[in-house]
Design a protein around this ligand. Structure first.
Ligand code: SF4
Length: 463
């Protein structure tokens, strides 16, 4: 791999693009911190830059193809720019990428400590080592202000804070344990420090994220509940949990969510399948009857809770009859929406060698079926929130409308009256609205603005 030498004081323009899961987004944020700290300028991925960093995903064949397509387009558009690939495809497809003319450097996790040197075009052996030990680095040394360099609206209003990395489970369809390694958790002290810092910066919602947050603390002799208790006892903005596995829902956790003023009434519980037969083939470590009890408990204990889930359709060995039974079971559960994924083979996983392959067209048909149930459930959930007062974080403002996300993870639109426009809340503000009705097509709640609540605005844009 040839690395171009440049003056180490040159202000480089660096553009980032991220594919895949929240962990990848958290990784990109950390790399951005590191390059900013070193004096680079971060620019939009669609504009000319000296260096492009593509953070890849390899969860499916489709994800690999997306990365290849982006690399091809990039090389054509920016033939002289340096293109660097990191992320899961860099772990699993290193040789192929390293030999490709589309890429200048492929940086794997084991070489991550050299990443900023490589981004800056400096040979690691000619400069003092710049060690990127970010998992336990405090954000306060890196982050300047909300939205200052993080490009998307969503990222400006909610901050995805990584609390752990890695997974040691062995789900048969998943390559992640190979790409992200062992369970590694950040210390509670560091997490609390970062949450305090982000709160002071004005973030009103922090999403606790990681590869497998239900396994938080295993390496430290702690657990997620204990971490949340520590967070909960401090004065923080609202906190949202990202995905948990169904067997990680505990009575303690549910009771904490039910009583906490800062933890959002929201859970994303990754069932992946609603068939015990398929869960076994997936290597998932629970039985539906056991985990269903906890889902019912969460629903009955936590006011207005939204419970989302994932489902993979057309996993090898899944028959039509399995689907019918799974749908029946799903419809009995209080689940508010689904993220639906047609199964996609990932080479290097044991599932890719399983018999009973379901034809692609049938996988798609099953995904369509699940999506229709998800739409129905989301509509019912949104309807259940009508006439409730909701607390939202503003994510977008457009003319006389603002869009936001409620504690229950409901998408909200507020049409502002003329008299409300004098203090249009800026992106990131936290405010209360009254849910009026559901727009089923867009799957959002239409809400009314409640006047006289300037006290809760962190940022008020005077027009
Ligand atoms: S729990 Fe299973 S699906 Fe989730 S990251 Fe670990 S191996 Fe992958």
């Amino acid at each position: 791999m040839e690395i171009m030498k440049v003056n180490k004081f040159t202000m480089l323009k660096i553009a980032f693009h991220t594919l895949g899961c929240r962990s990848n987004y958290a990784d990109t944020i950390e790399i951005k911190f590191a390059v900013l700290e070193r004096g680079a300028e971060i620019v939009d991925f669609n504009t000319p830059a000296d260096v492009y960093v593509l953070n890849t995903c390899t969860i499916t064949k489709g994800a690999d193809k997306d990365a290849q397509r982006i690399l091809r387009q990039l090389r054509k558009k920016q033939p002289t720019a340096r293109i660097i690939v990191v992320g899961c495809l860099a772990e699993c497809g290193f040789t192929q990428l390293a030999e490709s003319s589309l890429v200048d450097a492929v940086v794997q996790k084991k070489d991550r400590w050299q990443l900023t040197d490589i981004i800056f075009g400096l040979r690691a052996d000619t400069v003092p080592t710049f060690k990127v030990d970010l998992l336990n680095k405090p954000l306060s040394t890196l982050l300047k202000g909300p939205g200052e360099f993080v490009g998307t609206t969503q990222m400006r209003s909610r901050f995805h804070l990584r609390i752990q990395n890695g997974c040691e489970n062995h789900c048969t369809y998943c390559i992640v344990p190979r790409t992200r390694g062992k369970f590694t958790s950040r210390s509670p002290e560091r997490i609390l420090e970062d949450i305090q810092f982000l709160t002071n910066l004005g973030y009103e919602e922090i999403v606790l994220t990681g590869t497998h947050i239900g396994a938080y603390g295993i390496d430290l002799g702690l657990n997620l509940f204990e971490l949340l208790k520590k967070i909960e006892s401090s004065k923080m903005p609202r906190i949202r949990l990202s995905s948990l596995d169904p067997n990680e829902l505990s009575v303690d956790l549910i009771n904490l969510l039910a009583s906490s003023p800062i933890l959002c009434n929201y859970l994303h519980v990754c069932f992946q399948s609603f068939s015990d037969k398929i869960l076994k083939r997936m290597g998932r470590q629970y039985k539906l009857a056991e985990v269903a009890k906890m889902v019912f408990k969460a629903k009955s204990s936590i006011k207005n809770i939204c419970i989302g889930s994932d489902v993979i359709c057309g996993f090898p060995g899944e028959s039509r009859e399995d689907v019918n039974q799974a749908v029946k079971l799903f419809l009995d559960l209080p689940i508010s929406y689904l993220h639906v994924f047609p199964y996609s083979e990932r080479s290097g996983t044991s599932a890719s060698k399983l018999d009973g392959v379901v034809p692609l067209v049938e996988r798609k048909a099953r995904a369509d079926l699940w999506r229709s149930y998800s739409k129905q459930r989301r509509g019912e959930f949104l309807k259940s929130l009508c006439h409730e007062q909701l607390e939202i974080i503003v994510e977008q403002t457009r003319e006389q409308q603002l869009f936001g996300i409620s504690r229950e993870y409901a998408g909200v639109r507020v049409d502002l009256a003329e008299q409300d426009l004098s203090a249009l809340p800026a992106i990131g503000s936290r405010l209360n609205v009254m849910a009026r009705t559901v727009n089923n097509e867009k799957e959002i709640l239409l809400c009314d603005f409640l006047a006289n609540q300037h006290a809760v605005f962190k940022h008020v844009k005077k027009t």
